[in-house]
Design a protein around this ligand. Structure first.
Ligand SMILES: Cc1ncc(COP(=O)(O)O)c(C=O)c1O
Length: 461
């Protein structure tokens, strides 16, 4: 208790003196009273004054001369810009919007996540991987996880690659940024339209030119690629985002041939390929490629959770050395603790078991949601139901504009995205038909009917 009181008194003396020095109540080089003298004036212990003087000395407010005492350091007036102060005062952290129901395509269902398994494996990482945890990690990620991913993509995605080609990152967005640093600065990247707007915005903000490319029934349009001549394209062939188109083999061959004849890259965003409901897994575009034209992006944000922030990129051999040279001084941005825990989860079969379980869970949810939508909207809805992924698109006849729908959803505490979020030029009215993206991963099965009732109210009034 005595210690705490001294601590408190020392802090008060230190703060008072600091404020007085900063407001120039003391002259430069003015001598401070001796410790004993100050202690007597303030009626406190010499130790409290000593601690305050030592702190001021450490921070450079005063200086000491041997056997002479403590003196005020000459300081310039700190320039204070009144406008900067105003901006700071105005800044308020916006509260996150809380939703009653969510049709977000970005979320996952956490209710079945094996927290006990994760915790057990995390403890094992602490016990066995101190050499990794206590040092700066390899920029490409721990070799153990890269080896596990190489095996995983081999039997799940038909990808034959060496762990050396795999780069772990804290998200496909950050990996895409790293990839851009390896390509010439003036590259033009073709992006799907509609497509994953985060990629498009990220590239544009980073100064890369993007070319929005329309889709036809088979996915990204080869005619448009030929007409606009991008240096690379980003595609989602396993389940086009957001339309759901699965790129048929004919278009895959056309795309690969375009890449090899023009010496261009195809960036394959394989974000949710683990979830196919009636068919078997569809092989990746990377697995078709014989000319090292494809750069593969994979993520654990859909199979596990977006909050984990673990994704990976598989580079063609020609870019591996370039990546290593370019990133020689970089420190990776992912959590080593999570990366090593994930490695154990994959290696010991828990990951595959969990994905299988979630596959069934999402499949059931998806079917029930489709029935609920058909019952609620009847002939006012057209469900564009590709049997894959964690979202689908619907067309609904609604008397409201897109803007009104977004506002009404917000007011109803319903998380809902329209096609306009993913398209370069906002869609105009189309005989009252509005296109929406319906993500079904986050919503609970027991909430489905209520959520659809809420959606109906938002869309039809
Ligand atoms: C189309 C698309 N690509 C990629 C991702 C994965 O992003 P990340 O790995 O940064 O979480 C998502 C996530 O929702 C997505 O919707």
């Amino acid at each position: 208790m005595q210690g705490e009181t001294n601590q408190y008194i020392y802090r008060q003396i230190y703060t008072r003196l600091k404020e007085d020095i900063l407001s120039f109540k003391y002259e430069s080089h003015e001598k401070l009273p001796s410790k004993r003298g100050m202690a007597e004036t303030l009626n406190v212990s010499v130790n409290s004054v000593k601690s305050a003087y030592e702190q001021l000395l450490a921070e450079g407010y005063i200086y000491a001369k041997e056997r002479k005492g403590y003196f005020i350091e000459p300081l310039d007036q700190l320039i204070v810009d009144p406008d900067a102060q105003k901006t700071l005062g105005q800044y308020k952290e916006g509260k996150p919007q809380l939703y009653e129901y969510s049709f977000s395509h970005m979320s996952t269902d956490m209710s079945e996540f094996p927290v006990d398994v994760w915790t057990k494996l995390l403890k094992r990482v602490f016990d066995n991987y101190e050499y990794y945890l206590s040092a700066i990690p390899n920029i490409k990620g721990p070799i153990e996880l890269r080896q596990s991913i190489a095996k995983l993509v081999s039997y799940q995605r038909g990808i034959q690659c060496h762990p050396e080609q795999i780069i772990i990152g804290s998200g496909t967005n950050t990996l895409l940024k790293r990839l851009m640093q390896l390509l010439p600065t003036e590259v033009k990247i073709g992006v799907e339209n509609p497509g994953y707007s985060r990629f498009r915005n990220l590239l544009n903000e980073g100064g890369t030119t993007t070319i929005p490319l329309e889709l036809d029934g088979k996915g990204i349009s080869i005619n448009q690629i030929n007409a606009t001549q991008p240096d690379a394209v980003i595609v989602t062939p396993s389940h086009q985002f957001p339309t759901g188109i699965i790129m048929p083999v004919s278009r895959r061959i056309d795309l690969l041939n375009w890449a090899s004849t023009t010496n261009s890259y195809i960036i394959e965003d394989d974000y949710d390929s683990e979830f196919k409901y009636q068919t078997d897994n569809i092989p990746s575009l990377y697995s078709f490629d014989k000319n090292e034209s494809v750069i593969y992006l994979g993520t654990f944000s859909k199979t596990l959770m977006p909050g984990l922030r673990l994704s990976y990129m598989i580079l063609p051999p020609a870019l591996v050395q370039k990546f290593e040279t370019h990133n020689f001084d970089m420190i990776p941005d992912f959590s080593m603790l999570n990366a090593l825990t994930l490695n154990l989860m994959i290696k010991e079969g828990y990951y595959e078991k969990y994905v299988k379980k979630m596959h069934q869970h999402y499949g059931r949810k998806r079917e029930q949601l489709i029935v609920a939508l058909q019952q609620a909207f009847q002939d006012k809805v057209n469900i564009k139901d590709t049997e894959a992924g964690l979202h689908f698109m619907i067309d609904v006849k609604s008397p409201f504009t897109y803007e009104e729908i977004e506002q009404r959803a917000k007011e109803a505490k319903l998380e809902l995205y329209t096609i306009n979020r993913f398209i370069v030029k906002a869609l105009e009215e189309n005989n009252g038909v509005k296109t929406l993206i319906i993500g079904f991963s986050k919503i609970k099965i027991e909430q489905l009917d209520d959520a659809v009732r809420c959606l109906k109210k938002v869309l039809l009034g």
